[in-house]
Design a protein around this ligand. Structure first.
Ligand SMILES: Cc1cc2nc3c(=O)[nH]c(=O)nc-3n(C[C@H](O)[C@H](O)[C@H](O)COP(=O)(O)O)c2cc1C
Length: 190
């Protein structure tokens, strides 16, 4: 069951325009609380956004699917975002911060999937503009964002062809994500 959830929790970039309540967003993010963290510092903070106007203002500041000639249109765009921030008051090295972020974000992604929502991690966006849009004070720094909504596209894992890691859209417009074979991942069994 966990395998299925992980396999099906693919990055989604096309969403139905159905609103998500703040309670729903909060439920998704609640699992971040239980995440392991460096020195148990729990340095991450979250901004939950479902306000239509704010969501619309954020969208043009985001960048999508760099490998392909495609980006979601306004009418396909996410209906909510979770902005993952760090508390600058807490002293944590960047490499550990990023580790913590990965753990917390993956937990949120899986919870969202279980609740019927699709997500896409966003690392490519205009940080300064978004910091201004959400009026985030200087005590916090934005790390990544999660785009959220009900999926309106099919995404599937495919076998990798000659080491080509680039995702693509096939003839049926299905977003295909090549994954390396387990034989390549496990370099040694001792
Ligand atoms: C740290 C990080 C940053 C990412 N930033 C973006 C982004 O800015 N825009 C985007 O469309 N996808 C982004 N992605 C999603 C990746 O492109 C995606 O994970 C990859 O294509 C594999 O697809 P999968 O998540 O379905 O396995 C990001 C993923 C990670 C882990």
């Amino acid at each position: 069951m966990l395998d299925k959830l992980i396999q099906e929790a693919r990055s989604v970039r096309k969403f139905k325009q159905e609103a998500i309540s703040m309670d729903t967003l909060e439920e998704m993010v609640s699992v971040a609380r239980y995440s392991s963290s460096t020195r148990n510092l729990q340095a991450l903070r979250y901004v939950l956004i479902n306000d239509k106007k704010t969501v619309e203002t954020i969208f043009p500041e985001t960048r999508w699917a760099g490998y392909i000639e495609w980006s979601p249109k306004k009418e396909e765009s996410p209906v909510a975002y979770v902005v993952v921030c760090r508390d600058r008051m807490l002293d944590i090295a960047d490499n550990f911060l990023h580790f913590d972020m990965g753990i917390a974000v993956q937990n949120i992604i899986l919870k969202a999937k279980e609740m019927g929502y699709g997500t896409c991690i966003l690392g490519a966006f205009s940080k300064d503009n978004i910091q201004n849009i959400i009026e985030l004070g200087g005590d916090y720094e934005i790390g990544v964002m999660l785009a959220i909504g009900i999926p309106d596209e099919e995404v599937k894992i495919v076998d990798m062809n000659e080491g080509d890691i680039k995702y693509y859209r096939d003839e049926k417009n299905i977003h295909c994500v090549p994954k390396r074979d387990m034989k390549e991942l496990i370099i040694k069994k001792i």
